[in-house]
Design a protein around this ligand. Sequence first.
Ligand code: TEU
Length: 562
Amino acid sequence: SDSLKWWQKSVVYQVYPKSFNDSNDDGVGDLNGITEKLNYIKELGADIIWLNPIYDSPHIDNGYDISNYRTIDSSLGTMTDFDQLLKKAHELGLKIILDLVVNHTSDQHPWFKESQKSKNNPYHDYYIWKDPVNNHEPNNWGSSFGGSSWEYVNTVGQYYLHLFAKQQPDLNWENSKVRQEVFDIMRFWLNKGIDGFRMDVINLISKKADFPDGPVVQQKKFGDYYYGAANGPKVHDYLKEMNSQVLRHYDVVTVGETPHTNIEEAVKYVDRRRHELDMVFHFDHMHLDYGKYGKFSKNRFKLKDLKIVLSRWQTEMAKHHGWNSLYWSNHDQARAVSRFGDDGKYRVVSAKMLGTLLHMMQGTPYIFEGEEIGMTNLHDTRISDYNDLETLDVYKRFQNDYHLSKEDIMKTIHMKSRDNARTPMQWSDSKNAGFSSFNRTWLKVNSNFKDINVDQAKKDPNSVFYYYQKLIWLRHNYSIVTTGEYRLIDNNSQVFSYERVNSDEILLVICSFAHETIQYKVPIDLKQLKHKVLISNGDHYEWDDNGNIILQPYAAVVYLIK
Ligand code: TEU
């Protein structure tokens, strides 16, 4: 309908700049490399590109530790390169959104360097400093990447808070000067013409005033900071202020990353009548395969749970004036096909099936680079092949704290490490998968690049690439994909099926998670109606007079029913 915003009809393609394309052959991807590949993203059909952080950074956490918000990291290029990239993207009709990382800065940011000089320094209050309590940390919070969340600094005799690495001190949003600085940074980029922001851990910016101890979960040594930092007391005031001072003056899209946020909390960010954010990334489906030590587990998700979680978000967002973001993967997660599909024998069909399930849902789909060619996790690596600080911390910590064997830990790293997603994009079967012609790349290329790469996908009419292209085309050409009401059809334990319903038509989406050929029965009320297949990853899957369809392993099929 006419009241839809452009971003509600769009598909986002996420680019991890370090790993996309290396134009100057130094082993690291860069902005000019992205510019060279804009036509590729255009050909796929995506509308919006989300770039992970491109600003000046010591790269302790790959750019999520920013030392200057208004300059481009020299490893990625220059501001002129960025201006070119934005201009060329806009000429092609592609929009660009940037990562806004303002829960914390780098410890190399000039604000923090000043902040730690003395308690009287004007920048001291830009960060969260606390006096020792009985010569100890102010509370039991543990950092996301190991150790305490508090770091003591002798010169001031206080601890500063860092929810992530100690090189990532948390900003003090209680200080209105900090908020004004953030709003200025946002205006700087918006005035250049960017089209919005993905906001890093934006639900963590307001901490409970008394900094309470958190519960100890997943057998960790430290308490859980989410208890005192997630969806805190003033977060909505801050976002309303951000919206009224900055966002509402621009035609942009915003998506907040919100770990530890259930639907009830999420709605408060995205209910459009509240004027805060457009979308959030929830983590509910990411948690389905967590184990007793959290994310790094060998568990696999259960289809029953996946249906419950995704269906609930579909229904509740529609009911509460919100809009879903839809994703299987990103730079922090395993590869979609390895985690939710089958990256062996059924790699191609299961990648297409997962694409179908997600892209036919209501919301804005996010494709993580390489997902569109079915790139997989790393399977044959050693710990020395990894770069990610979370992975390296887990490797040490799980040995020391839980006495797990190295072999066992490596198995979970193969399944869950963030570096699974961060290996260089596989463009061709030539040196370094065509990503770079330098001798070594900053992170190892996945050894399967000779078989899985863009060149190969472009030559094969049955590739995952062309299938994703068609999924996007369907969204652009059938408004029911955007507007239809979602209804789960929960009639088969190995199949995720649902309908999207409008006043005069229905989409029926059937996705099998079975490794074998199975039979599926179309619901009786749909069986007699006129239907045609819009897309399918296998046979045409006509149903017989009884409404039975024989589905091949990982089958996906979408019908338009009138
Ligand atoms: O991630 C935030 C977040 O919730 C992490 O704990 C994430 O879940 C973790 O990577 C799981 O393994 C964001 C960014 O996406 C991530 O890349 C950054 O490292 C982090 O914030 C700190 O900025």
